[in-house]
Design a protein around this ligand. Structure first.
Ligand code: RUQ
Ligand code: CUA
Length: 651
């Protein structure tokens, strides 16, 4: 009831704001507003219709929400240490955050994308990019855990990432900041002609999802901002927006806006992949980490790779072309049919739509308008499908529904504009609150969108919620788009800075969501499969505690004979085989986070006791009526003591 009133209040406020000057808003108060509230209302105990996976931006993670309720279900740690579960703190997961720069416990996550089969969401995995220390992660959509992270050498500002080809052949990543390749000590003002941008094609093993950096294209030193795969007729191509084709290296806000047009780079990746398969490309020595988490050992390993195959685009004639696109485009989106490629000058009012068929015809007719570093430039007029005279300002990103409509966000004029593919007419517009970046329609980046809701993700929150000091969480709005006009139905705060998001129908994931890890399938080397196997083993000054947990007991619960200067490894196996019964583990003064151990799982935490005494540990997750009793003690004696090692098995 409370929430219901809250929604009404928001809707009333919306109507107020839009009535004072904002463009044609067709929300109103009264009866209409209450039906809008009903549309977002998911009754207690009922489930949402869609999952929404939002990137966490500078939180480094992914958050999982329900649509249309806007309820937060989970935060999945990906690139950032996460004390809530012990990700990046446990011995098993620390290797996930290893890089060629050492342990990097954070990143800036931008664009999630769900795996596809025949251009439709298949719900196996979700991929996301680390922008700062270039990495791509693969997250399982049955365990909702990060299973793999691959670092990308020769890359910087890994922004035009991570997008999936229509049969999940490749996850593709581009570089926003061109850099010297290979890296070397050189003057920054010699950027032009010397810095390069790499486009990475990471193959995905069909069964396991295992990632392999197949090849990198070494492109001219532009900024490759965003990208999307071709699909349907354009499957086999990939499109990247570029800016700073001026190759300026300072005062970019001015110097990178000199050219009237930048480019969309069209890359025939199938052609390049064949070229590489047949021995093409150059092996380059480099270094990058490849980290894989094994669900059976519950343990990640990190391997340092030493080599990558690079491809000079001029070596593969016919594989790369530049499509002129108005000044400094940002988003690069492809419609469900694969015919239209949308790239908008981000300071302009008009949207530019390129035609895939026209592009192919222009390539076949060899109608070029010069070249850049040996890459042919097509003529703007030859590839242009149409222009949307939007009346908005600052177009960024476009998504699609299943009825031939496109929805574009406008950062400067704070709105979503709905328009028709093919006729380019504007059909509707709705204000957003405020300064919208990306938007998301479930499946909106595939051949089969589910055009029921669009979520707008905003950069500025201001007055939308109760103030919380100088910073507010970013706001998002959900619009019902099932009718002719978009209708704002809900407004909710997000976590971190969601750039992009990916959504899918709940029934694609919910039935196969994992409930427990099977204890008899636990291959962790320190697992104890029954409490009577629990033990404590000393090896020099390392002590290994093989511990088991079940409601409401740790075995062993008391340990004596530990000394200052020891390194104590608690290997804890959760013996529960029930859904949603994790146990936690925390030790006083330990220089790390707690662990949250899932049913059937083993996790390890290290403790280096510094002080003599008797120190308690306890379960952090309120797991049963006797949860408060779920605790134990470790007696720590001086380094030279001869207290024997003993432990209680609760006999
Ligand atoms: S960004 S607001 Cu995708 Cu990182 Cu456009
Ligand atoms: Cu186990 Cu609380």
């Amino acid at each position: 009831m409370k929430k219901y009133n809250f929604i009404l209040t928001i809707l009333a406020a919306t109507a107020l704001i839009s009535s004072c000057g904002n463009q044609g808003n067709n929300n109103s108060t009264g009866a209409l507003a209450s039906s809008a509230a009903e549309k977002a209302y998911v009754a207690p105990g009922e489930h949402d219709e869609f999952y929404a996976f939002m990137s966490g931006g500078y939180s480094g993670n992914i958050t999982v929400y329900g649509l249309p309720s806007g309820r937060l279900f989970k935060e999945i740690p990906v690139f950032s240490q996460f004390p809530t579960s012990g990700y990046g703190y446990s011995e098993e997961t620390k290797p996930m955050l290893n890089t060629s720069f050492g342990f990097v416990p954070w990143d800036d996550a931008h664009h999630p994308d769900i795996s596809q089969t025949n251009g439709e969401l298949d719900g196996r995995w979700i991929f996301i990019n680390g922008n700062n220390t270039p990495r791509i992660a693969r997250v399982s959509l049955s365990t909702f855990e990060t299973e793999e992270i691959i670092e990308l050498p020769n890359s910087a500002g890994n922004h035009s990432s991570s997008f999936i080809t229509e049969n999940t052949e490749y996850v593709v990543a581009g570089t926003r900041f061109s850099v010297p390749i290979p890296q070397r000590d050189m003057p920054i003002n010699e950027y032009k002609g010397n810095f390069k941008g790499s486009l990475s094609f990471i193959s995905i093993a069909p069964e396991t999802g295992r990632l392999n950096l197949d090849f990198q294209m070494i492109m001219p030193g532009f900024n490759y901002d965003l990208s999307h795969p071709g699909r349907g007729k354009s499957h086999g191509w990939f499109f990247f927006t570029t800016y700073n084709t001026e190759e300026a290296n300072t005062l970019q806000e001015v110097n990178a806006s000199q050219n009237d047009k930048d480019f969309i780079a069209a890359v025939n990746w199938k052609m390049v992949a064949d070229y590489v398969k047949n021995g093409g490309g150059t092996k380059m020595a480099t270094e990058y980490a490849h980290n894989v988490y094994d669900e059976h050992t519950h343990t990640a390993t990190s391997t340092m790779k030493k080599e990558v195959i690079t491809v000079d685009p001029t070596e593969v004639p016919g594989a790369v072309f530049f499509l002129p696109t108005p000044k400094s485009p940002h988003g690069c989106d492809v419609d469900p049919s694969g015919q239209y490629i949308i790239g908008n000058g981000k300071l302009s009012a008009d949207l530019t739509i390129h035609s895939f068929d026209k592009m192919i015809a222009a390539i076949e007719g060899e109608k070029f308008d010069g070249e850049a570093y040996g890459i042919p430039i097509l003529r703007f007029e030859d590839v242009l499908a149409g222009t949307v005279k939007s009346g908005g300002l600052g177009p960024l990103h476009t998504e699609f529904d299943d009825k031939g409509n496109a929805y574009t966000t406008f950062f400067i004029s704070s709105e979503v504009v709905k328009w028709k593919l093919g006729t380019w007419e504007v059909l509707d517009r709705q204000p957003t609150f405020y300064s919208v970046g990306h938007l998301m329609i479930p499946g909106g980046n595939s051949r089969k969108p589910f055009g029921k809701y669009v979520v707008a993700m905003n950069k500025i929150t201001k007055d939308r919620y109760l103030p919380t000091g100088p910073e507010m969480e970013h706001s998002a709005q959900i619009y019902d788009i099932s009718g002719d006009k978009m209708e704002l139905i809900y407004d909710f705060p997000t976590h971190g800075e969601p750039h992009y998001a990916a959504g899918c129908p709940a029934d694609l994931l919910a039935p196969k969501s994992k409930k427990i890890y099977r204890l008899d399938d636990n291959k962790h080397p320190y697992a104890v499969t029954s409490p009577d196997q629990a033990k404590v083993v000393r090896e020099g000054n390392e002590v290994h505690v093989y511990m088991s947990t079940i409601r409401s007991h740790f075995t062993p619960d008391n340990i004596e004979g530990i000394k200052v200067g020891d390194k104590v490894y608690f290997h804890i196996t959760n013996h529960e085989q029930d859904f949603d019964v994790p146990h936690g583990f925390a030790m006083i003064g330990q220089n790390t986070s707690e662990l949250l151990i899932m049913p059937g799982q083993t996790k390890t935490s290290v403790w280096e006791p510094k002080k003599v005494g008797v120190w308690p540990f306890y379960c952090t997750d309120f797991c049963s009526a006797l949860h408060q009793e779920m605790q134990g003690y470790v007696r720590v004696s001086p380094a030279d003591s001869n207290v024997p090692l003993t432990y209680s098995l609760g006999e």
